[in-house]
Design a protein around this ligand. Structure first.
Ligand code: SF4
Length: 272
């Protein structure tokens, strides 16, 4: 640091303090990696991490590092913070870099709320990779934001319940139903605009909005299959999700899918 500061001071156009700090980090990382190789560590056993806590600095450091070496890079915004601030800052920094093809492993550093589980860091990391289309880990639920057409929290509760259910099932499903992590589920708040999004998901449900008839149409792969109503909508919808997973991702699921696609569209899925 002292050596580089002295050299910088001699330059006709010295680097700013921020630029010099970034250059020190990069040179330190590269020099340490080279020394490790000198004492016998193979290059393919080295991963460089050069974390900083500012989003713009992190992007600049890793862009530069990526252009100056072939080592795999571990990305992470250190001291990102708590709650949505930490998630937003990490996502902003890492998604820019990953979109440019920079980075090989990631870590999300969140300060947990008191009593909160540390697994949130892993969930956020997985969701960043999945929403960017890089790698899928668990089926994700698409839910509308709600608006004047929704007066209750039922659709929010259902979306949350289903997302938790899907995540809880993954330790079993991962082995039994390969590919299930790519399944998409939509939970929408009204039957006026909800079906549009429902049709784009593998399974979508539109719950009755304000003043609408209390029924919830379900779409499976773009086709309306059944209309749910009554107290058990959430449980019935879970059964439909289970059935879809069994028939589409289990061994032989493709054969079952081919058979069911020939059946009349008016038969409820769970009756098959
Ligand atoms: S789907 Fe319906 S309830 Fe949800 S935001 Fe759109 S209009 Fe509002």
């Amino acid at each position: 640091m002292a050596r580089m500061m002295d050299a910088n001071a001699q330059l006709a156009q010295p680097l700013t303090a921020e630029a010099l700090m970034r250059e020190m980090l990069i040179q330190s990382a590269l020099e340490n990696a080279a020394e490790a190789q000198d004492i016998g560590l193979p290059a393919d056993r080295i991963i460089i991490s050069c974390k900083v806590s500012s989003v713009q600095d992190l992007i600049k450091v890793y862009r530069d590092l990526g252009s100056r070496c072939d080592y795999p890079l571990h990305l992470g915004l250190t001291e990102a913070g708590m709650g949505s601030k930490g998630i937003v800052a990490s996502t902003a920094a890492l998604s820019v870099l990953m979109q440019e093809g920079i980075g090989d492993t990631i870590r999300i550093s969140l300060t947990p709320e008191p009593g909160e589980s540390r697994t949130k860091e892993v969930v956020v990391a997985q969701e960043i990779l999945q929403t960017m289309g890089i790698r899928s880990f668990t089926p994700l639920v698409t839910a509308c934001p709600g608006c004047g057409r929704t007066t209750s929290t039922f659709f929010q509760e259902l979306a949350q319940k289903i997302q938790h259910y899907l995540r809880d099932q993954m330790p079993i499903w991962r082995n039994e139903y390969p590919g299930v992590e790519n399944m998409s589920v939509a939970v929408m708040g009204c039957v006026v605009n909800g079906p549009g999004e429902s049709k784009l998901a593998n399974i979508g449900i539109s719950l009755p909005g304000t003043g609408e008839v209390p029924v919830a149409p379900v779409f499976v792969d773009g086709e309306k299959t059944v209309t749910l109503k009554g107290e058990g909508i959430a449980e019935d919808f879970k059964l439909i999700v289970d059935e879809y997973v069994r028939t589409h991702y289990a061994e032989g699921g493709r054969l079952r899918q081919a058979v069911t696609s020939k059946l009349p569209k008016t038969i409820p899925l769970k009756a098959i």
